[in-house]
Design a binder for this molecule. Structure first.
Ligand SMILES: [Zn+2]
Length: 368
């Protein structure tokens, strides 16, 4: 530890860390750090700097300018993250330098509302079934993609730009177990005549989302996964067996080249196809149970529904890309790169095909 009378030069490769204690510090402190997730740490750093008598200078460096130091810092951080016991880092603030709370002048209605919601959220415990479903997704993603993800990563993945609004709602509700399926028809206070609805009429098992998406014997899930598997073979990338991880965690897929570079277009294709697949399986099940009064689809109907879903989705992505404005929006080049492996006659498509609605584009019919 350097004593407070020595001049100090701190370097960081993170622009956001630097700005949190320089440019943005005044505003954040006035707002009581209500918007920041690392509030305790930011407060502590600022207090430590104020406590020092000598000047503290800050410098931003690039990782490539100082690779050794950067590697060491990363190693230390990794060790810290893997440690079983949380290390207390700088988190106590000498009361003399502490600036608690937010200034009334900096408070807006929006910020106050945000702070109240954050507090309430911290107090409500997640439902047990939500935690179980999240664990299934996290374990499944780890197994399928060798990726370690958190609960927050799962929730954020549902908002991926590669997951359509309806699919996103479906993933969110399924993880929270909000659909009336299986045992939910047997809850206390449910009229007895609904008891039958708890059971899958085809398999005679208690229905559950797991049963519907991965196990049901009614034509639906097996055919959709079969079609997806044939289509995916065109990418040349190994298949993963359907379960909660690769399916509900479709937006968490990780593919890397041999050199360790992320294959973002392949990841996006996975996200698109798997989120559309689970949602279609659910839609087909509802159609069978409700509209067709239990009358199963034939296999060809399921296959046709899958092909129509994917072709519609490609059309939607093409239209979205034409409207792209912002930096993060899906661009025409992205659509071409993502869909290339599964588009029929890709090489013969004219330039600018993504934005040209006159060009009809079809999906390959697998390897067969
Ligand atoms: Zn079934």
């Amino acid at each position: 530890m350097v004593d407070g009378n020595t001049r100090l030069l701190e370097t960081t490769s993170s622009k956001s860390v630097l700005e949190s204690i320089t440019k943005r510090q005044k505003k954040w402190e006035a707002e009581g750090y209500l918007r920041q997730s690392n509030a305790a740490l930011s407060r502590a750093i600022v207090a430590k700097m104020r406590e020092r008598k000598a000047r503290t200078s800050l410098k931003i460096t690039k990782a490539k300018d100082n690779p050794d130091r950067c590697r060491n810092t990363k190693l230390l951080a990794k060790e810290g993250a893997q440690g079983r016991q949380a290390t207390e880092v700088l988190s106590t603030v000498d009361p003399k330098w502490a600036v608690p709370g937010a200034s009334i002048g900096a408070m807006s209605q929006k910020l106050a509302y945000y702070a109240i919601r954050k507090k309430k959220k911290a107090l409500t415990k997640p439902r047990e079934v939500t935690t179980t479903n999240l664990a299934l997704i996290i374990e499944g993603v780890k197994e399928a993609f060798e990726a370690d993800i958190t609960q927050a990563d799962v929730w954020n993945s549902f908002r991926s730009k590669h997951i359509s609004g309806l699919c996103s709602q479906f993933l969110w509700k399924t993880t929270h177990d909000l659909f009336m399926v299986g045992n939910r028809w047997r809850r206390k206070g449910m009229p007895e005549e609904y008891e039958d609805r708890a059971v899958c009429a085809v398999c005679q098992n208690t229905e559950s989302m797991d049963h519907i998406l991965f196990r049901c014997e009614a034509p639906g899930q097996a055919e959709v996964w079969g079609e997806l598997k044939t289509l995916w073979a065109l990418t040349g990338i190994p298949w993963r067996e359907p379960n909660w991880g690769p399916a509900l965690g479709a937006g968490c897929a990780v593919f890397k080249t041999e050199k360790g570079v992320r294959q973002t277009h392949t990841e996006a294709l996975w996200t698109i196809l798997w989120s559309e697949a689970v949602h279609l399986i659910w839609k087909l099940r509802c159609e069978r149970v409700i509209r067709r009064e239990g009358n199963p689809h034939d296999k060809q109907e399921v296959i046709n529904a899958w092909r129509a879903t994917i072709e519609r989705r490609l059309t939607l992505d093409r239209r979205t890309a034409v409207l792209a404005k912002g930096k993060k929006d899906l661009k025409q080049g992205n659509v071409a790169a993502i869909w290339a492996p599964i588009i029929d006659g890709y090489k013969d498509l004219p330039e600018g095909w993504v934005g040209n609605s006159g060009v009809l584009v079809g999906i390959k019919r697998g390897q067969g």
